[in-house]
Write a protein that binds this ligand. Structure first.
Ligand code: IPD
Ligand code: CA
Ligand code: CA
Length: 260
């Protein structure tokens, strides 16, 4: 990956920006978490990380635009950085070790670079379109498990989504057919667990573009497939935030994925 970092400026600067902002995450000092909407916490750390990342990126790429979870959209350009400063704020606030910083570089609507950093283990996942996926510099690939009954899946949901029949059907299928399901606080990090074979797959509905932009590229570059719950895998569709990520063999066994 060293050569890739040398030759790909958005990757290099993106990694530097995330690395630098991670020091704010590690300080873990904030004045109280606020509810920004029902069941959604935010801290001043979320804002500070987003601002720090934007400062670093703007210095190198003054014309690029941003879509950040906390500060919204800024600028107009075909080159856009998607930022989730803390994915898994609830876990962060409750001192659970499963949050991440997610950053993606998107050009003309196409995911080009994806970076997810897990501060608690100092692990960085990164991918460049067409150039593979990496964990702390080493190339990674999705699990080669083909047997559903031996597969472990990550899942996620937002509270207002639990009554969704699509989600219930999918969860029932996984609970019945797989070895087990796990739910951690960061969707972006769970996508990376699907990318490096820790999980055999991951699914979630209704995520934000900043949640999925980096992690889905990392899964695909690790040889996995990502679709929505109707089997679509276009860029536009993935940005809608419904994701089923796994390897090709298990993907064919996901009976709940129903083409619309
Ligand atoms: C949340 C996390 C969580 C997912 C929620 C997201 P946030 O992001 O990704 O895993 O289940 O739907 O909103 O709010 O912590 O950035
Ligand atoms: Ca998030
Ligand atoms: Ca967030």
């Amino acid at each position: 990956m060293e050569q890739l970092v040398r030759e790909n400026k958005p990757l290099r600067v993106g990694l530097e920006a995330v690395d630098n902002a991670a020091t704010i995450h590690q300080e873990r000092e904030w004045d109280g978490a606020e509810l920004k909407s029902p069941q959604q916490l935010v801290t001043e750390i979320d804002f500070r990380i987003e601002q720090r990342i934007k400062e670093r990126l703007s210095a190198e790429f003054p014309t690029h635009a941003f879509v950040g979870e906390e500060e919204g959209s800024e600028g107009a350009s075909e080159s856009v950085w998607y930022i989730d400063p803390i994915d898994g704020t609830t876990d962060f606030v409750y001192d659970l070790p499963h949050s991440s910083i997610s950053l993606a570089y998107v050009v003309d609507g196409v995911r080009t670079v994806g970076i997810v950093h897990h501060p608690e283990s100092d692990t960085t996942y990164a991918a460049v379109a067409g150039e593979g996926a990496y964990r702390n510099g080493d190339q990674i690939s999705v699990s080669d498990e083909t047997d559903l009954s031996r597969s472990l899946f990550g899942i996620g949901f937002s509270q207002n989504d639990v009554n969704s029949q699509t989600l219930r059907t999918a969860f029932e299928f996984l609970i019945d057919e797989t070895l087990g399901v796990r739910r951690y606080g960061s969707a972006a990090l769970q996508l990376c667990y699907a990318a490096d074979g820790t999980f055999d797959g991951f699914l979630h509905r209704n995520l934000g573009s900043w949640d999925v932009a980096a992690g889905t590229l990392i899964v695909e570059e690790a040889g996995g497939v990502v679709t929505d719950f109707a089997g679509n895998s276009t860029e536009e569709q993935l940005f809608e935030g419904d994701v089923v990520a796994t390897n090709e063999q298990l993907r064919d066994r996901m009976e709940f994925v129903t083409p619309s």
